[in-house]
Design a binder for this molecule. Structure first.
Ligand SMILES: NC(=O)C1=CN([C@@H]2O[C@H](COP(=O)(O)OP(=O)(O)OC[C@H]3O[C@@H](n4cnc5c(N)ncnc54)[C@H](O)[C@@H]3O)[C@@H](O)[C@H]2O)C=CC1
Ligand SMILES: O=C(O)C(=O)COP(=O)(O)O
Length: 593
């Protein structure tokens, strides 16, 4: 067996290369025109050329707006009604909101697929319908760190203000009164504070409360005990927190499991005279139950920054109750936090629109930049193998079961395949549908179409320098329009590798080939005999189709062989017909990459 490479300059003398595999593989390499974009575009990139449009639907710091304007057309339209938002959204690639805008399923549907990113300029994403976003392939990113301190400081401000009746006393002085006996407060020092939700905000509240001399306990089923211990906080059960706390401060997100977590039953478990602070979300408290608990004397006072409905109705019993201190969702509203949040979200949205994977993605895996750089050529390979495999299927065969095998010398924990699986799914689905598939909606779309993708990893010996040696895609229970693509075990099979950073097809069915996956591909099965490369090459040459790569894989000399031909331009029907008419060609297929 022999392999040949054509030198980079046009010349007829070919150089013999080293033999490679048990199956003979003849490799003819033509100089390739590289026309690849320098940027890694994986997830949501808008079509190149057009400047994207970003709708900023709530007040965002100037620094963020300036950053956005460098990259996009920015439409700042505040106080839109839901109908106005739905009308505008069909012209926008990204939407930025705070907590005051409900990004509902209607919004995603109204966008007709144009909306690619929703940026939440803050932490809580309970106002965004994440399931609908995912189903529409829309990435949701948030700004999880910039307002932590502001929220924690607001929590502490409310705690102290409530304990010392600051807002009530202030209002009474302004109303001309001087009620020194009425507004006697309670002290914080030595009291037990239960922090419910020991995340970023909760732990900062705990740290500050310790500084005030409070005894701090925390409840958080997911928080690591050592983080709590490091700041001198004991993690306790939910019931223990309720039963022992003099003050309860809420810092968990609003989810199905935290909705109305303070209710009639749980208020009944609290110490009489407890005081409650809520800078998390109104929905974590059953507000009617809180009114009852205040009336029953279980809760002595409450301080609320957030409400189930914002703004709360004019007749809200909580707002009118003198024992309740209220602020209009001001937790994140400091100059510093808003500047930080604006920059954090603008960077995340611009990055996502450029197609980079966002570090603060809420509904997609977060893939660290270094992993991404390493996986980039494999991501391209994965998508192209998916595209090839599905185009090899005979019309009418439904693709239901796909097996992906990754050959790698890396330990399984060291290889994150979610990105690769998503791109294989994209490759499998996009050529046969009008669905847009990306990392966000790949698993959902596959499931919806009844496509089962199983993954297997083969641990190879050798150096784990490269994340992957090969990727193999097999589709079971289908017929192929190119019979040679069916492996011995009966599946349509393609396998590829990355060589010098470029994805290559290295196996079709049982035939080893070697063709760079750029442009498009013609696969031919023929009787192995001299002159075949020349015959096919000259048909394409006559048609002015530039051949980038050719490789022949055969089972044994003079038996059947599969020739893989990479072409820069799509050949005409006539050219393909002429290839089919070459006597030794038994079957052929043209595949778009
Ligand atoms: N009022 C305001 O302006 C602001 C409000 N927030 C709210 O505060 C919440 C927390 O923010 P971060 O601390 O930044 O988020 P985070 O994600 O760092 O912390 C949330 C913590 O809650 C815990 N948790 C989840 N379910 C729980 C449960 N059932 N019981 C107890 N703990 C539970 C999580 O394990 C996590 O440690 C946000 O989700 C947001 O709703 C945040 C910033 C500003
Ligand atoms: O970040 C959060 O979760 C907040 O609640 C802050 O909300 P805002 O951006 O001030 O509407």
């Amino acid at each position: 067996m022999a392999a040949y490479a054509k030198p980079p300059t046009a010349s007829l003398s070919w150089t013999k290369l080293l033999p490679s595999s048990p199956f003979a593989t003849a490799l003819v390499s033509f100089p390739r025109r590289r026309n690849r974009s320098a940027k890694t575009v994986f997830v949501v990139a808008v079509s190149s050329g057009a400047k994207p449009t970003v709708l900023v639907a709530e007040k965002l710091g100037e620094a963020g707006i300036s950053l956005l304007k460098e990259f996009a057309n920015v439409d700042c339209s505040y106080n839109l009604t839901p109908e106005e938002l739905c009308t505008k959204i069909s012209l926008c690639d990204a939407l930025i909101v705070r907590s005051g805008t409900k990004v509902t399923r209607d919004v995603f549907e109204a966008s007709s697929g144009r909306l690619k990113v929703v940026g939440r300029a803050g932490v809580g994403i309970d106002n965004v319908d994440l399931a609908a976003a995912t189903e529409h392939g829309c990435l949701v990113v948030n700004a999880p760190t910039a307002n932590t301190i502001a929220a924690a400081e607001h929590g502490i401000a409310l705690l102290a203000a409530m304990a010392r009746n600051i807002s009530q006393a202030s209002a009474s002085v302004k109303a001309g009164q001087w009620l020194r006996n009425k507004y006697v407060g309670v002290s914080l020092v030595g009291k037990t504070l239960a922090v419910m939700g020991f995340g970023k905000v909760g732990s900062e509240v705990a740290r500050r409360a310790k500084g005030l001399g409070m005894h701090v306990i925390a409840h958080d089923p997911y928080a690591p005990a050592d983080r709590a211990r490091a700041i001198g906080v004991e993690l306790v059960s939910f019931d223990e927190a309720l039963a022992t706390a003099d003050f309860i401060s809420l810092h968990m997100p609003l989810t199905a499991s935290t909705s109305k977590v303070l209710n009639d039953e749980t208020f009944a478990k609290m110490k009489k005279g407890v005081r409650i602070v809520n800078v998390a979300r109104g929905g974590v408290i059953d507000e009617e139950a809180l009114v009852k608990a205040l009336d029953a004397g279980i809760v002595a006072q409450a301080a609320l920054d957030v409400f189930t409905v914002e703004p709360p109705p004019a007749d809200s019993k909580l707002v009118s109750d003198e024992r309740v201190t209220v602020t209009p969702h001001l937790g994140a509203s400091t100059m510093e936090a808003q500047e930080g949040v604006a920059i954090e979200i603008a960077e995340a949205v611009v990055g996502a629109l450029r197609g980079e994977l966002a570090a603060t993605a809420v509904n997609a895996p977060m893939v660290p930049a270094e992993v991404l750089t390493e996986l980039k050529p494999f991501v391209e390979l994965a998508e192209k193998l998916g595209r090839l495999a599905v185009q090899l299927i005979a019309g009418g065969s439904g693709v239901k079961s796909v097996k992906v095998t990754y050959g790698s010398a890396r330990a399984p924990d060291d290889l994150d395949t979610r990105l690769l699986r998503a791109m294989i799914t994209k490759g499998l689905i996009e050529p046969i549908s009008s669905v847009f598939v990306n990392l966000v909606n790949a698993d959902f779309t596959a499931k919806q179409r009844g496509l089962r993708i199983s993954e297997e990893r083969i641990l190879l010996d050798g150096s784990p320098e490269s994340p992957l040696e090969f990727v193999q895609v097999q589709i079971a229970n289908v017929e192929s329009k190119f019979a040679s693509a069916i492996s011995e075990s009966g599946e349509v099979k393609v396998e590829g590798k990355v060589k010098d950073g470029v994805p290559h097809l290295t196996k079709v069915g049982s035939f080893e080939v070697d063709v760079s996956l750029e442009g498009s591909l013609i696969l031919c099965r023929q009787v192995d005999q001299p002159g075949m490369i020349g015959k096919v090459g000259s048909v394409l040459g006559e048609e002015n189709v530039n051949v980038s790569f050719m490789s022949v894989g055969r089972i044994a000399p003079r038996k059947q062989a599969v020739m893989a031909i990479g072409v820069d331009e799509p050949p005409s029907k006539d050219a393909l017909k002429k290839i089919g008419e070459i006597p030794a060609i038994e079957e052929f297929v043209y595949l778009k990459l």
